[in-house]
Design a protein around this ligand. Structure first.
Ligand SMILES: Nc1ncnc2c1ncn2[C@@H]1O[C@H](COP(=O)(O)OP(=O)(O)OP(=O)(O)O)[C@@H](O)[C@H]1O
Length: 309
C-alpha cells in the first residue's frame, strides 16, 4: 500500500436467489492507487463494484469509505465516491454542462462551487468544446467521457469505473485510458475489465475474481513471486553442456537458444543461487541473467482454469 487506506471491504457476499455471485471478497484501496478487477464473464466484477458504490446491498459483509460505513445509508460516504456503471447513466436529451451541473447538485455539492467544478470536469475529460451539445448527439466515446465526468464532477476521493472502455474504438480507448491514468493524481480508482493489457497498463494492483472468489490479489510488479517456477534468460561466455545443467537440483528445464544463450526454468530462488555459484566456480563467464516476467495472462489462465478473459 502506498498511503492511507481509503476503502476497506470485508467478507462481501451476494446471493441472487440461490445463486452465490460473491462468496466472501475482501479488498483495500489506498489513496492514489489504481486497483483492477479482472475476471471471466460472470465472475462477480459488476456485483462487487455495485456493492462498493453503494448501489447494491451485499448479503453479508461491510464496506468502509474514509472510515465511514457506506452501507449504513451514509450519504456523507457516498459524496466521496463517483461511479460509472457498465451503461453510463447519461440523459440523451440533456446538454453536457447542464447534466454535469445536475449530477454535482445530486451529490450534495454546494451551489456556489458547482460552475467551477463542472468546468474543471469538462476540461479534464476533454468535453469543453461540446459543453452545450445534447448528450444524445455525441459519439459513444464522448458519451463515455461524459459518464466519467459525472463520476468525478463532485471531486470524490474514490472513482469506480465498470468496464470503462467497452464498445469504444481504438482511438477512443486511448483517450479514456489516458484520462484514467490522470485520475490517479487526485483519486483512488477501481476499474473492472476483461482486457488484460488494459489492467496491466493502468493498475498498480489486481484482484482476479473467479466464481465469486478473489483467487489472486497482488501488485502487478510482484507477479513473479507467485509463480511456482522462475524463468530466466541466461548467457555465458563459455556455457556448460546443456545436459550438465539439466542434472542440477532445482533446474526444471534447460534449453539452448543459440551458442551462448539459454532459457532456464528453476524451481526456486535457491536453485538460482546454486547455478550462479557453479557458474563462478567453473568460470562459465556470466554475461546475462534476466528474469522473464510472468505475465498477467499466464497467471489469469492458471487461476481461472483457462476461461477466456
Ligand atoms: N440481477 C441478477 N439476478 C440473478 N443473477 C445475477 C444477477 N446479476 C448477476 N447475476 C449472476 O451473478 C454472477 C456474477 O455476475 P456479475 O455481473 O457480477 O459478473 P461479471 O464478472 O461482472 O460478469 P460480466 O463480465 O459478464 O459482466 C453471474 O453468474 C450472473 O449471472
Amino acid at each position: 500500500m502506498t498511503g492511507e487506506i481509503l476503502l476497506k471491504a470485508q467478507g462481501l457476499e451476494r446471493d441472487y436467489g440461490d445463486r452465490k455471485a460473491l462468496r466472501g471478497v475482501s479488498l483495500e484501496l489506498a489513496r492514489g492507487e489504481v486497483l483492477g478487477l479482472l475476471g471471466p464473464n460472470g465472475a462477480g466484477k459488476t456485483t462487487t463494484l455495485s456493492i462498493l458504490s453503494g448501489t447494491l446491498p451485499p448479503t453479508a459483509g461491510s464496506v468502509r469509505l474514509n472510515g465511514a460505513d457506506l452501507l449504513d445509508g451514509g450519504r456523507a460516504a457516498k459524496r466521496d465516491l463517483g461511479y460509472l456503471p457498465e451503461l453510463p447513466p447519461v440523459y440523451p436529451e440533456m446538454r453536457v454542462s447542464a447534466y454535469l451541473r445536475y449530477c454535482a447538485r445530486l451529490r450534495g455539492m454546494e451551489r456556489a462551487l458547482i460552475p467551477a467544478a463542472v468546468d474543471e470536469a469538462m476540461r479534464r475529460c476533454g468535453l469543453t468544446e461540446v459543453g452545450s451539445r445534447l448528450i444524445g448527439k455525441l459519439s459513444k466515446g464522448f458519451q463515455q467521457r461524459v459518464g466519467i465526468a459525472q463520476a468525478i464532477v463532485h471531486r470524490p476521493a474514490l472513482v469506480i469505473l465498470d468496464e470503462p472502455t467497452v464498445g469504444l474504438d481504438p482511438l477512443q480507448i486511448r483517450a479514456v485510458r489516458a484520462l484514467i491514468a490522470e485520475l490517479r493524481q487526485e483519486h483512488g480508482v477501481i476499474i473492472s475489465s476483461h482486457i488484460l493489457p488494459e489492467i496491466q497498463s493502468l493498475c498498480d494492483r489486481v484482484i482476479i475474481l473467479y466464481q465469486g472468489n478473489a483467487v489472486y490479489s497482488g501488485y502487478l510488479n510482484e507477479l513473479n513471486a507467485v509463480a511456482d517456477v522462475q524463468e530466466f534468460m541466461v548467457s555465458f561466455a563459455q556455457p556448460p553442456a546443456i545436459e550438465r545443467l539439466q542434472t542440477l537440483a532445482g533446474v526444471e528445464q534447460a534449453e539452448a537458444l543459440d551458442s551462448r544463450r539459454l532459457r532456464l526454468l528453476l524451481s526456486d530462488q535457491a536453485a538460482a543461487e546454486r547455478v550462479l555459484q557453479l557458474a563462478v566456480r567453473e568460470g562459465w563467464g556470466l554475461r546475462e541473467w534476466v528474469p522473464v516476467q510472468q505475465s498477467l495472462e499466464q497467471l489469469f489462465v492458471a487461476l481461472t482454469h483457462g476461461e477466456a478473459a
